[in-house]
Design a protein around this ligand. Structure first.
Ligand code: G4P
Length: 526
């Protein structure tokens, strides 16, 4: 048990939440540079250079220069071992992005400082609130003209409902970006432009009142001294407890492209972000230090290696340790399985895992026997909770080219929904099949996989559905009445759960008002 504790204490497992183009990929590159995982930053994504991300496995990813699916990168930083779980963000945005956030212990929120809080960030923050995940904030792109930093923090507080505590404070911006003042270390770290590809030996000036600062940045020195008085008066002090409760976020400023400030964030994450946390099951809380192994599947990725039509289940380890060749108990199936070839994710390369600890992610090959949310143990009948399905945000009717293959289509869709690729809904009043997804690319992926794996050719048609909610009611009679009156808006999902399919948000709100005893849920636990 104690051996485990040392390993658990070292680990920090986090993901990045941001709106597309805020700088997630660029930060990932720099983070890996600090983790010595990449010799030279700039190979995670190669939209222009033609190089591809180490995490790009699928052909479709290569074609688009984006990462369709979550990948995992592990690297050492100072005395810690960091697991960074990538969160698909562009057209590749999907339910996996949401679910990945249920598998981490903290998040880094990246904001484009010229734009402020954007739509996708709001959505992702909403997901992190399900578990009150601690959030570290990075205000990026200080080498451009940005909005007033105080105003940016104010917006985070108002829109995302989380208090901000500046840890660094920017001095100038755009062409005049001089560096940051680190409030806790009482030092100014000076920015040098044009050093983005390397780890810089930054010039550090100790103490805000140090005359060296006036020599280094001229009139900006007086300005920042004055400004900081205002900032200290107007903002919160960092408070570790509030941070861990998800109520306050430490805020850093910098430029990912200029590789300035990324090390400050990493220092913060290693110092403050939680080590792997206890996880809830239906029976008890599982502590990471527990001796026996346990973990859950939060994502299934198909065809990572086109040569082998395999699927890989991504499992977060929650307790004990994984050892190569060990036997795991697949709780849902009540079966023991031998695991000899799990994968680890050392900076994007797929390696064979010898051992892995709580907080780590391993990949298990599987041929359709694993589902999202499946729990694995060393025999104990446990089921981890908190790995939900999320209500889709886009819907299409799916139709067969060859109507005789309806059965295969349904089978394919149900299986793909178990993998978390999309969700399928069958309206109770019609023979339609509706596919729902969180991101638009999933529609394409599903048609492609139906064709290659299930030999079914299908096409989509537009449908006027704008949102879905799982419906529950403790009172059978009321539920029955609701079913009768709203049948045109009701459907069964892939697991036969009753779902309300709303043509508009207004319709949904009206129904929620009209049927106050019915619970309309945005998420559903398996
Ligand atoms: P994302 O993964 O969050 O979508 O963002 P990504 O890192 O791809 O960054 C989006 C764009 O913003 C990129 O430019 C990137 O170079 C730029 N960027 C990221 N960080 C900074 C920064 O600190 N300062 C400035 N000025 N720009 C930054 P692009 O031209 O759209 O992409 P690329 O083709 O160069 O990759």
């Amino acid at each position: 048990m104690s051996g485990n504790k040392v390993e658990v204490d070292k680990r920090r497992t986090f993901a990045i939440i941001s709106h597309p183009d805020a700088g997630k990929t660029t930060i990932t590159e720099k983070v890996l540079l600090f983790g010595n995982a990449l010799q030279k930053a700039g190979t995670v994504k190669g939209k222009k250079s033609g190089q591809h991300a180490k995490s790009d496995w699928m052909e479709m990813e290569k074609d688009r220069g984006i990462s369709i699916t979550t990948s995992v990168m592990q690297f050492p930083y100072n005395d810690a071992l960091v697991n960074l779980l990538d969160t698909p963000g562009h057209e590749d945005f999907s339910e996996d992005t949401y679910r990945t956030l249920t598998a981490v212990d903290s998040c880094l929120m990246v904001i484009d400082s010229a734009k402020g809080v954007e739509q996708r960030t709001i959505k992702l923050m909403e997901v992190t609130r399900l578990r009150d995940t601690p959030i570290v904030t990075f205000m990026n792109k200080l080498d451009r003209d940005i909005r007033d930093p105080l105003e940016l923090m104010d917006e985070v507080e108002q829109v995302l409902n989380i208090a901000c505590a500046p840890i660094t404070w920017p001095i100038g911006c755009g062409k005049e970006f001089k560096g940051v003042y680190h409030l806790l270390r009482d030092e100014v770290i000076l920015y040098q432009s044009g050093q983005g590809h390397t780890i810089q030996d930054s010039k550090i000036i100790k103490g805000l009142d140090n005359p060296e600062l006036d020599d280094a940045i001229g009139t900006y020195a007086a300005e920042v001294r004055e400004e900081l008085e205002l900032v200290l008066g107007a903002s919160n002090e960092f408070d570790l407890e509030l941070f861990l409760a998800g109520e306050l976020t430490p805020v850093f400023f910098g430029t990912a492209l200029g590789n300035f400030g990324v090390d400050h964030i990493l220092d913060g994450i290693v110092q403050w972000a939680p080590k792997p946390q206890a996880r809830e099951t239906e029976v008890r809380d599982v502590q990471p230090e527990d001796e026996k192994f346990s973990g859950f599947v939060f994502k299934i990725q198909a065809n990572m290696d086109p040569k082998h039509r395999d699927r890989v289940a991504f499992m977060r380890i929650c307790s004990g340790r994984y050892e190569q060749g060990m036997k795991m108990h697949h709780v849902r199936l009540g079966k023991d399985v031998n695991v000899s070839d799990a994968l680890t994710f050392m900076a994007g390369d797929r390696n064979r895992a010898e051992v892995a600890y709580p907080g780590d992610i391993i990949g298990l090959h599987n041929h359709g026997t694993m589902r999202i949310g499946d729990t694995f143990t060393q025999g104990e009948k446990l089921r981890f909770t908190g790995i939900p399905n999320f209500a889709p945000e886009m819907f299409r009717r799916i139709r067969l080219k060859d109507p005789l293959k309806q059965k295969q289509l349904l089978k394919g869709l149900v299986q793909l929904s178990e993998e978390g690729a999309v969700q399928v809904f069958r309206p109770i009043d019609s023979n339609d099949l509706i596919v729902g997804a969180v991101g638009v690319l999933q529609f394409e992926v599903v048609v492609g996989r139906l064709k290659s794996e299930y030999k079914v050719e299908a096409i989509y048609e537009a449908i006027s559905v704008s949102t879905a909610r799982w419906v529950y009611c403790d009172d059978e009679r009321k539920l029955e009445e609701f079913r009768r009156k709203c049948s045109t808006n009701l459907a069964l999902d892939g697991g036969d759960n009753l779902t309300y399919i709303a043509p508009t948000m207004v319709n949904l709100n009206l129904s929620m008002e009209r049927y106050p005893d019915i619970k309309f849920a945005k998420t559903r636990e398996n």
